[in-house]
Design a protein around this ligand. Structure first.
Ligand code: SF4
Length: 451
């Protein structure tokens, strides 16, 4: 049977779709690209996506236009949270929850269209098994995402992920070197350690994420390693110290902030205050002056007043981070924050949009300043993609600068030393120097990023 997949949402979802594809292939099915005639379509959904159901409907319509009699299965976070809603979408044959996601080929045998949709969605109480997953962002196999952790034990008041993915669980600590060596042997040059709340990694044998970082540093793989998003309260000084002196770990961090007001952080049930976050960024900067540092921020949380937002704006304005990921708050069913919103009416959509626009503008300025401060430095880029139109290769430096440089289509996609020259704020035009092994984190200059 031919089967096609479609993924919405985060990198972890992409890694899990790859895992699902392998399970189908192991059972003798052929994976075909989305949009081609197929016998079955599996959609891996996200709950963070705005209008998840609209998006889901559109994808189903697109798939059925090409293959009207294809079996349609929907899984992922949205499927776990709203199975009935999904089952009512025209064309859906089955809905699979978080526990059932990797059981699809056992639950359905002949993948024929069903008269009435089936919901295979159990509750997430009790202990859940950790299911491995990894994926590549491009066909070139330059960068892999390796899932080390799943689920979350936190209770941030705006978030449905713990409801959609269940309790925190992690990959066996002793398996990690094996997985990294396997990626290295397959020719990858970078691995991104991923998880829902990665810093909360805790192995059944008691090791923490700091132990994971220490273990990887000790094994000295030939590829470079990047830590994906990590909660501020879980980014330990030891991790910062290891990364700072490492020739394996990239000096780049993504540290969710969510608000620059400690009042709002408390209502969000985050586990730190704004001052703590400011001190943490100062520590990272002390150790790694030109690290790329990104921060997530939510605007329009139901209790965020104009004064709170101005406090957040000023906080971020002073904060030496390299870019922001700005999200407009949107109400999620069964969360305390949605109840605040029902009580006080929440922040108007217009205000959410205005606040979001102001922070996006601030982010663009910060990114421009960061990229500009990098001009003149030498960095290591792993070329990921080449534009047929411009003939330019693009890829990321170790400290998360998007660099582009001219190179032949036949160029070997391996670490490349480049000199960063000039920027428009989106990419940095660079000059290719020579091949490199991993990266040289030593030659670092820095201009403080405050705009
Ligand atoms: S840490 Fe908070 S925001 Fe992140 S997944 Fe857990 S509950 Fe959601």
């Amino acid at each position: 049977m031919n089967v096609t997949f479609y993924t919405l949402g985060c990198k972890l979802n992409y890694a899990e779709t790859s895992q699902l594809q392998s399970l189908f292939e192991r059972d003798g099915h052929t994976v075909v690209p989305f949009g081609q005639p197929t016998d079955a379509v599996i959609i891996n959904t996200c709950t963070v996506t705005e209008n998840a159901d609209k998006e889901c409907r559109q994808i189903i319509r697109r798939a059925l236009r090409v293959s009207p009699s294809a079996f349609v299965g929907v899984t992922g976070c949205y499927a776990q949270l709203q199975p009935e809603e999904i089952a009512s979408i025209e064309g859906v044959d089955a809905v699979f929850g978080a526990k059932e996601k990797f059981q699809i080929t056992n639950l359905i045998r002949n993948f024929r269209k069903l008269d009435t949709p089936h919901c295979f969605v159990g509750d997430l109480d009790g202990s859940l098994e950790f299911v491995e997953a990894q994926s590549s962002e491009t066909d070139s196999r330059t960068r892999a995402f390796l899932k080390l952790q799943d689920g979350c034990n936190y209770k941030c008041s705006f978030c449905t992920i713990p409801l959609a993915r269940g309790k925190s669980r992690a990959m066996d600590f002793h398996l990690i070197p094996q997985k990294i060596r396997a990626l290295e042997a397959s020719g990858y040059h970078e691995v991104v350690l991923s998880g829902i709340n990665l810093g909360d990694y805790e192995a059944a044998t008691g090791e923490t994420f700091t132990d994971v970082v220490r273990q990887i540093e000790e094994m000295q793989p030939r590829l470079r390693v990047r830590i994906s998003s990590i909660e501020p309260n879980l980014l330990t000084r030891e991790i910062i110290e290891i990364v700072a002196q490492s020739s394996v770990f990239c000096p780049s961090f993504h540290i969710p902030l969510q608000s620059g007001s400690s009042d709002v952080l408390r209502q969000m049930r985050r586990r730190y205050k704004a001052e703590y976050y400011r001190d943490l960024i100062a520590t990272v900067r002390d150790f790694m002056p030109s690290a790329g540092i990104g921060a997530d921020v939510i605007v329009g949380f139901p209790t965020e007043t104009d004064a709170h937002f101005e406090e957040t704006f000023e906080f971020l304005h002073q904060l030496p981070v390299s870019y922001l990921h700005v999200f407009s708050y949107s109400e999620r069913e069964n969360t305390p924050a949605a109840e605040f919103s029902a009580l006080n009416g929440g922040v108007s959509m217009q205000k959410r949009a205005e606040r979001s626009k102001r922070l996006r503008t601030l982010s663009a300025k910060k990114k421009f300043a960061f990229y500009q401060s990098e001009c003149g430095t030498e960095r290591t880029v792993i070329p990921e993609q080449r534009s047929a139109e411009t003939g330019l290769w693009t890829g990321w430096t170790e400290n998360y600068v998007r660099a582009e440089f001219a190179g032949a289509a036949s160029l070997v996609q391996a670490p490349m030393r480049v000199r960063l020259k000039e920027t428009d704020g989106e990419t940095v035009v660079s000059e290719m120097l020579h091949g490199a092994s991993r990266f040289d984190a030593s030659a670092i200059s820095y201009i403080p990023i405050m705009v």
